[in-house]
Design a protein around this ligand. Structure first.
Ligand code: TMP
Ligand code: MG
Length: 200
């Protein structure tokens, strides 16, 4: 019996309302058209135990929680899924993931008194992505997108810091590709598919 080729772990990152989930879902469709087994996942998964606490923290701006505590909840939310992630990858399924450890690191590390290195530690040991697409978009554009401002981190000051730190991380890692979303959805799609085919 031939060995099943491991699936790829592909992550989309970017500020709020940058279009990550749209692009993830389109990429899953495109891969399925090429007969590649693919599945969409997103973090935070608000349906789990930790996910419900996270959802409350994000939607209820009055909710008081220490920045370290919420950071660890976001990370725990990924660790809750680690067995599922590993087993899908081993079964040859390519995972297209809307946010992962980098969201965890960036959104926490831009806060006052949070140390970047400390933020990275609880992510150690999670499966490493094969490729990260960072969606780049202007602040002006995200701020007029429907729903912007409804959750805790959706304000200009935070989003600008997050965008800067993402760019900083992208320069430190060689498997990141920055995608300018000013291009059409189809264009971005072609670009991501092109990159993925190069990887395979
Ligand atoms: P979402 O808008 O993609 O559902 O994500 C909810 C918010 O949570 C978004 O502002 C980014 C933030 N976030 C973190 O702060 N840490 C994390 O680990 C993740 C996955 C998201
Ligand atoms: Mg959001």
């Amino acid at each position: 019996m031939g060995q099943i080729k491991r699936g790829a772990l592909i992550v989309f990152e970017g500020v709020d309302k940058s279009g990550k989930s749209t692009h993830c879902k389109k990429l899953v469709e495109a891969l399925e058209n090429f007969k590649i087994k693919a599945k969409f996942m997103s973090f935070p998964d608000r349906s789990t135990l930790t996910g419900k606490l996270i959802d409350n923290y994000l939607r209820n701006k009055e909710c008081q929680l220490d920045d370290h505590a919420i950071h660890l909840l976001f990370t725990a939310n990924r660790w809750e899924k680690v067995d599922q992630i590993k087993s899908l990858l081993n079964d040859g399924v390519t995972l297209i993931v809307d946010r992962y450890s980098y969201s965890g690191i960036v959104y926490s590390a831009v806060k006052k008194n949070m140390d970047l290195n400390w933020c990275k530690q609880p992510e150690i040991g999670l499966p490493k992505p094969d490729m990260v697409f960072l969606l780049s978009i202007s602040q002006e554009e995200i701020m007029v997108r429907p729903g912007f401002g409804s959750e805790r981190y959706e304000h200009r000051e935070m989003q600008e810091k997050v965008a800067d730190m993402y760019l900083q991380l992208s320069r430190e890692c060689d498997n990141w590709e920055v995608i300018n979303t000013a291009r059409s959805i189809e264009d971005v799609q072609d670009r991501t598919c092109e990159e993925m085919c190069r990887e395979n």
